[in-house]
Design a protein around this ligand. Structure first.
Ligand SMILES: [Zn+2]
Length: 227
């Protein structure tokens, strides 16, 4: 099994910010597009060098000049991507952070291997989601949910973010396509929130009620007093 970046089971966005790069301003996108006309594989350095007959040194000089390389130094807007909840098979919700590929750790340093799609799996510890994504789905369904509440027979579709589901996070691609909002917290960015709320996550009917108990219609069962 090769290594692969992992994405949130709810929103489909990255689960760490390692090597994350964001553009300083919009004018940079124009400059970048000159070098990468199809605006899709900017992280494929070899292809870009070939395409532009550019030396590797010149490329890195160009890139360093134009972009902020490490978002963790001043990229507070994207820090939410690192705050994760593992929906553990046991039913527990465990706060974890990315450590390495397929390796997420809790505050005591205990290691977990999550599965990155809501589907049946035997060899993983559970599912990984952003804390912020969990919060909005929790609100939508009216109560907190656990591993066992999710309908794993349902195949989830995430149309807007599908093209970024690559072996490694295609950081540049988001900015080149003007899709930076996909990397912003749904608690702050309403466009991303609305997208995430439309994702077809399904819960087992018996465990989740869509409305708070007080809003439910009275039961149609005959009352015992009328017997
Ligand atoms: Zn998410």
């Amino acid at each position: 099994m090769g290594i692969r970046d992992a994405y949130c089971n709810i929103c489909g966005a990255p689960t760490h910010t390692t090597l994350m790069r964001v553009f300083k301003d919009k004018s940079i996108i124009k400059k970048l597009k000159k070098y990468v006309p199809d605006a899709i594989e900017f992280d494929d350095v070899e292809e870009i060098l070939e395409l532009n007959k550019m030396s590797e040194d010149a490329y890195y000089e160009f890139v360093t000049e134009l972009i902020t390389k490490d978002v963790s130094k001043g990229g507070a807007k994207y820090k939410w991507l690192e705050n994760l909840i593992l929906l553990h098979k046991s039913g527990k919700l465990i706060m974890v952070k990315f450590n390495d590929y397929y390796d997420y750790v809790d505050s005591s340093g205990k290691s977990y291997m999550p599965h990155f799609e809501f589907e049946k799996t035997s060899h993983c510890d559970g599912f990984i989601v952003h804390k912020d994504c969990y919060k909005i789905i929790e609100k939508k369904y009216g109560k907190s949910f656990k591993y066992g509440d999710i309908d794993l027979s349902n195949k989830i579709k995430r149309p807007k973010i599908k093209k970024y589901d690559d072996q490694f996070n295609p950081w540049m691609k988001y900015s080149l396509n003007g899709d930076q909002y996909l990397l912003e917290s749904p608690l702050k960015n309403m466009k991303n929130k609305s997208r995430i709320l439309k994702i077809n996550i399904k819960f087992k009917k018996t465990t989740i009620s869509r409305k708070p108990a007080s809003n439910r219609k009275p039961s149609k069962k005959k009352k015992s007093s009328k017997k």
